[in-house]
Design a protein around this ligand. Structure first.
Ligand SMILES: [Zn+2]
Length: 601
């Protein structure tokens, strides 16, 4: 008779000022033979090899009470031997944790936060075995995590398998916790830090997000959910988990409304992930290989569509007005059309190469790559509008996600990549071969006016009027006349130098000005800020004018002649067509849950 080994981790964070977790792993009943301890090199949701083992030190192993030799197998794996069945093994190690991010671990005098991928070893191939986690914290500290509590002990938790263990970060400290119920299920908002947030309002808004997304899928697939929120000096983004998320925003990201909208988008995005990517995902995205990069062509559907539905469900919940929703859409179109990389890299390639491109950007990235978040979000809206148009508003993209969820997500299995297009075609009842070829596997520019037209909308592309006065009417703040353009983005660097950040491949200075050039003067006159540079170009010159740009390039003074070209539109608006027919109005209403209205005269 043999039974499976058991695993019990103890996470000791009682010396938070040391930034070191003291870890103990107690294993019961390990069979005789060679064993391997593996620490992940990446954490799901952040597609970047981070080599967490670089923070681990002081590893020791005892078998049946006696210290044994460990041998280092690879950068993230250690081996040891047992000489009889039923061995009791104690593994001790320490992990330095002072990287503040949603996908890293951090500990200081004020709290301890960890991601499982940095702390928890996988033993051999026992991925399906449950693991217990005990937490030893300073007096007065409490724990917030998505893990299930054991024996009503708030410092003892259990993960049903290794994937769940890795997928359940914990916030430990004196943080505030606000709890609200949806469908009799507790939702905890755990906030570390302070800023200009209204925590009670935030909890109410999160409740509205939970309800809107529950309505889209028809239920909540967990017993409890935890939002961990870090309020710090800068935003650190968000990371999704099975029944929790960690979001890091700037402390003062909650007022005014425009900033708060971005915070709501982040929470809505991460919550939507509990379906899209955590449960609805291609085969490569779970169960995971933690030892190396995993490749998928579908991150546009996992991340871009999550962005799309994050905004759409904010609209459906009433947290965004239609005006705000369409403003965000227009801003995204503007950002997409500004990037020459949209004509170079497809969404499928952008997904596949995320490990070496999106997660490792450089100064040329806008010219050669396109974000699967940005374009994926836009393709999500176009695909949704196309499905609604072809099905006379009977179905939308949400129906595709529901079917994938019912067939795969609920059964915790990934789907083969070809299933995505097949499911779209099944819902719409017609071929999407060209759509996928053009906008997902190819780089055909997206004809937004066509898709928006289905909903009685169109795009207006204009320019900020450089002559506009403060108190001008809205119409005169923009102009239809293209502005002259130098073709670079420049910004003040640390030493107050105005430095080229991007030289656009489709701009007039593509072969002339380089990222890193320190701009000193235009036509012999100093320009000290990016606003001054833009004013000199747009107010004092015309398209076709040559200008002399004086720069320091690697410390050498150079003067370079650039002939100004026409700038891409810098004002973009989604506006109603002059008139819409019944099918357009019906589609608009099914899509945005509001009545189509003609433009105000
Ligand atoms: Zn995401």
């Amino acid at each position: 008779m043999s039974s499976m080994p058991t695993f019990h981790f103890t996470v000791d964070c009682r010396k938070p000022g040391s930034h070191v977790y003291h870890m103990t792993l107690a294993i019961q009943n390990l069979p005789q033979g060679k064993h391997t301890l593996t620490l992940p090199v990446w954490t799901p949701g952040a597609y970047e090899v981070q080599d967490f083992a670089r923070h681990l030190f002081d590893l020791t192993v005892e078998v049946d009470g006696k210290a044994v030799e460990t041998y280092h197998l690879t950068k993230n794996q250690w081996g040891f031997d047992t000489y009889q069945d039923g061995a009791q093994v104690t593994v001790q190690y320490q992990v330095y944790a002072f990287l503040l991010g949603v996908d890293t671990s951090h500990m200081d005098q004020s709290h301890a936060y960890f991601n499982g991928a940095q702390l928890f070893f996988l033993v051999d191939q026992y991925k399906e075995q449950p693991a217990d986690v005990s937490i030893q914290a300073p007096p007065g500290w409490h724990v917030s995590t998505g893990l299930d509590m054991v024996d009503a002990n708030p410092f003892h938790y259990r993960a049903s398998n290794y994937d769940v263990l890795i997928d359940s970060p914990a916030e430990i400290g004196t943080h505030r916790v606000i709890t609200f119920m949806v469908d009799q299920k507790p939702h905890h908002l755990a906030i570390w830090g302070h800023g200009n947030e209204d925590a009670d309002k935030l909890a109410r808004d999160l409740e509205a997000i939970v309800k809107a997304q529950r309505d889209l899928f028809g239920g909540l697939p967990y017993d409890h959910y935890t939002f961990i929120l870090h309020l710090t000096d800068r935003g650190t983004g968000g990371l999704e988990h099975l029944n929790s998320t960690t979001c890091g925003t700037a402390r003062f990201a909650y007022r005014p409304r425009k900033k708060y909208r971005r915070a709501l988008q982040l929470f809505s995005h991460e919550f939507f992930h509990l379906w899209n990517v955590k449960r609805i995902h291609p085969e490569m995205l779970g169960p995971f290989d933690y030892n190396r990069e995993v490749y998928t062509h579908l991150l546009w559907a996992m991340e871009g569509f999550t962005d799309y539905f994050a905004d759409l469900t904010l609209r459906h919940s009433g947290l965004f007005s239609t005006k705000e929703y369409l403003e965000n859409l227009a801003d995204n179109i503007k950002a997409y059309e500004k990037k020459p990389g949209r004509l170079v890299q497809s969404l499928a390639e952008s997904s596949f190469d995320t490990w070496i491109k999106l997660y490792k950007p450089d100064e040329d990235s806008p010219n050669r790559t396109i974000s699967y978040y940005l374009k994926g979000d836009l393709v999500g809206s176009c695909l949704d509008l196309e499905i609604r148009h072809r099905t006379q508003s009977q179905y939308g993209l949400d129906e595709v996600l529901r079917r994938l969820y019912t067939r795969y997500g609920q059964h915790q299995v990934g789907f083969p990549e070809s299933v995505y297009q097949e499911t779209v075609e099944e819902v719409a009842g017609s071929s999407f071969e060209d759509f996928f070829k053009d906008y997902i596997n190819g780089t055909t520019p997206i004809p937004f006016e066509t898709f928006l037209g289905y909903a009685g909308l169109t795009l207006e592309r204009t320019y900020k009027n450089p002559e506009a006065e403060e108190d001008d009417q809205a119409e005169t703040k923009t102009t239809a006349k293209p502005l002259p353009w130098l073709g670079v983005d420049a910004a003040l660097a640390d030493n107050r130098a105005l430095v080229v950040k991007v030289s656009y491949a489709d701009g007039p200075a593509a072969d002339l000005l380089n990222a890193g050039d320190h701009i000193l003067a235009i036509n012999g006159y100093q320009v000290a800020t990016d606003t001054e540079l833009k004013d000199r170009i747009t107010l004092d010159h015309n398209i076709g004018d040559p200008v002399e740009v004086t720069v320091f390039r690697r410390g050498k003074l150079e003067t370079i002649s650039v002939v100004l070209s026409a700038a891409p539109p810098d004002e973009m608006k989604v506006v109603p067509l002059e008139a819409a027919d019944d099918s357009q109005k019906t589609l608009y209403k099914a899509w945005l849950r509001a009545d189509w209205e003609p433009a105000k005269k």
